[in-house]
Design a protein around this ligand. Sequence first.
Ligand code: HEM
Length: 138
Amino acid sequence: MNPQTAALVRDSWAEITPIRKQVCADFYQRLFACHPELRPLFKGDIDRQTALFVTMLNTVVSALDNPEPVVPLIKTVGARHADYGVGDADYHKFAAVLLDSFAAALGERFTPQVRSAWAQVYAEVSATMRQGAEEAVH
Ligand code: HEM
């Protein structure tokens, strides 16, 4: 990942430090409003899910300059997602709503450059997750 992209993601994530949980809770609300068919995949408590998702994003963002050590973790999480019934198309739905939630939180600070930096990070993480899912079935 180029350092500029990493910096845009790191700085924008830092800007929402105090409201990360709120932003991610808002994300799940938006996700279920836009894609009600995804709601039944989530069997557990959504507050707990929100906390786990924030923690995972923290891990991803803190590893942007040196992602290798977290690849195995991301692959394992990806393999579990296949078990939850998450398919390729779901990753696309998730991405669009996630970026919209960040846009709503950051307003004008969510510039097109910041959006595209996050889109790149999401694409890499979700590709690694799907790779983990593939490897798990072979
Ligand atoms: C970058 C993408 C994503 C990340 C980082 C992420 C992260 C997480 C984490 C950390 C958990 C907690 C449980 C575990 O570790 O297995 C989880 C659970 C889950 N995620 Fe994701 N996720 C992503 C994409 C998706 C997508 C695209 C869907 C599709 C709807 C999805 C659906 C779920 C479901 C259904 C659960 C289980 C919830 C439950 O047990 O109630 N996730 N996710």
